[in-house]
Design a protein around this ligand. Structure first.
Ligand SMILES: [Zn+2]
Length: 256
């Protein structure tokens, strides 16, 4: 569908970029992205993905807003304490753009409901706070042939990796972390602390990488960077990139 004058104006700064153009912008508007977690990483990621005109957003977070979240979780304010994060985030999207289709689930994603919650997604962006959920998300992405951007932050360090374990020769998130964390429900933020602006850097970088993946079929920025893990260091500051190889013994993706 051609852009109306109002939509052309809204996305003009994207459409003028040769890497996006009208074709890339249309691809973003046709995309369905599922966000796992709308906290420190998910808040800014959601705001930039909605800003980019992603057509359909599904928000999954079983948490409620606490005062200690406000230091980094930019979607929430002092009046939101005790409210469901997924619902507040969806209300923000509704206000931001009438044409974005948004749905929300205040449920914890587990191995049992993951396929249902992420079904139909073109991309899953995982910014949740525990390994058990991350592994359930990754396994469901491999099974559902859905690309995964996994983003994490603690203290002054962040990581953003793109995984396509459903493809031959490409690693999944489990290839990277192994099987040791399936039962581990740790929230390192509470124990170790995190600089609020680091969560913002990681969240916006994850949004950039999400757009890279979504635009890859149209040429976009080229390579979707499967298996590349970017490590963001806020103290130096610096950005390093590692390559994650497919684990031939990975219980999730070795058959692919
Ligand atoms: Zn794997």
């Amino acid at each position: 569908m051609p852009h109306t004058p109002d939509r052309l104006a809204r996305f003009a700064r994207h459409i003028v970029l040769p890497e996006i153009g009208g074709v890339g912008q249309a691809a973003l508007e046709n995309a369905h992205v599922v966000l796992i977690g709308v906290g420190g990483i998910g808040s800014p990621a959601l705001q930039y993905l909605a800003g980019a005109g992603i057509g359909k957003l599904t928000l999954i977070d079983d948490d409620v807003v606490e005062t200690s979240n406000l230091q980094r979780q930019t979607l929430f304010d002092q009046h939101d304490s005790g409210s469901r994060k997924a619902e507040i985030a969806a209300m923000w999207v509704d206000e931001f753009d009438d044409l974005t289709e948004v749905s929300w689930h205040a449920r914890r994603l587990t191995a049992d409901n993951a396929a249902e919650l992420i079904g139909g997604a073109d991309l899953v962006l995982d910014g949740c706070d525990n390994f058990a959920t991350r592994l359930a998300v990754s396994d469901a992405c491999v099974a559902g042939h859905i690309p995964l951007l996994s983003a994490a932050v603690g203290r002054f360090q962040g990581q953003v990796g793109a995984f396509a374990g459903h493809l031959a020769g490409q690693a999944c998130y489990r290839c990277y972390v192994g099987d040791a964390f399936d039962a581990d429900d740790c929230d390192t933020c509470a124990e170790d602390g995190v600089l609020g602006a680091m969560a913002g850097w990681v969240g916006t970088f994850a949004a950039l990488q999400a757009i890279r993946v979504l635009l890859a079929p149209t040429g976009g920025f080229g390579d979707p960077q499967w298996g590349k893990l970017h490590v963001l260091d806020g103290l130096q500051p610096s950005l390093r990139t590692m390559t994650i190889a497919k684990d031939p013994g990975c219980q999730t993706c070795k058959a692919r």
